[in-house]
Design a binder for this molecule. Sequence first.
Ligand code: LLP
Length: 414
Amino acid sequence: MTAFNTKNGVLHAENVALRDIAEQHQTPTYVYSRSALTETFKRFQAGLLGHEHLICFAVKANPSLAILNLFARLGAGFDIVSGGELARVIAAGGDPKKVVFSGVGKSHSEIQSALEAGILCFNVESINELHRIQQVAAKLGKIAPISLRVNPNVDAKTHPYISTGLKNNKFGVAFEDALDLYQQAAQMPNIAVHGVDCHIGSQITELSPFLDALDKVLGLVDALTERNIHIQHIDVGGGVGITYNDETPPEFATYTAAIMQKLAGRGVKVLFEPGRALVGNAGVLLTKVEYLKLGESKNFAIVDAAMNDLMRPALYDAYHNITTIAESPTQAQTYEVVGPVCESGDFLGHDRSLAIAEGDYLAIHSAGAYGMSMSSNYNTRARAAEVLVDGDQVHVIREREQIADLFKLERTLP
Ligand code: LLP
């Protein structure tokens, strides 16, 4: 079954017409497909069966409890970047022993809760963080498993805001320093060196940056072995891109085969941290056309979703395909698809040809990754509802926020 498919001119999520969801749950609403999530995960895993591996879903891409729970049931681990994400994974029934903890700013209390939960590995991003982890672990009488996140200085050829593997950004430790830092780590009484980690960026659509980075990592692993530091796992990070428009990212099978080929005969476990690739095309954002505003030089379709619901277009100039959910008798025109937020940057799509009338619904595609997770309450807008379709069932996995929720933590002065 195709997750999002058109039957008799009507767009469906699995067996449910999106119009029915819009009418029953209102808009804006994120709609995910269970079969898309499951099938995508299984497709990623298919190339890894027979090798010791762990797929650690990058929680930041979509931290919905229901989605984390679904992946946990499929055997996934998780890549987290905060104590909050750890709490979510645990609340969703994820196994902390399958969690890797990335991020440049881990606080004392985050390190403590990760040690108490017994996570699989800290992906350490600086020498000072290493010292901090040693200190917290010593206080708790625990041994902290670590990898160093090394920065291989390869160009991921993606948007600069989501490229992380180059020398001049804040992530990881410089490749040239890694050997020395590993030797220091190996001497620390409450640190156990378990792996090497590397993540070079996101929405990467070519294979070569991944392989260049892995070659450097393997060179490091060999140098460590010579110094009697034995690595149990290699974490190759996330970053595999998806098709939003006309991108042609590598197939999962091609990507995993190329990686496994480089690891052949090494006897190390391999960890992956995919986010977008597992969820991006498993979700759409449903929205309603509020107004059509026809102008001399531009026509605007003003919809009820905005940059606070889906920030990617405003932040990265990202493209998301936008379609109607049913055939319409109206004439197609070219529109700027914009939201109600008071910013010129509040757009969802430029120059889109759409046959629409006020009151029609639109689907904003490829919204399953970094959509809801980056949403905000800007302009005091309540966050969208989220539903997950499973065959002909629609499950509300997050209710629409109520306006009163938005200021319930606030106080006026006495
Ligand atoms: N591992 C680490 C350490 C990361 O920093 C990230 C993403 C991932 C894994 C997952 O990467 P993915 O497989 O999803 O590419 N908000 C941006 C993307 C930011 C990615 C940040 N790090 C966007 O909407 O495009």
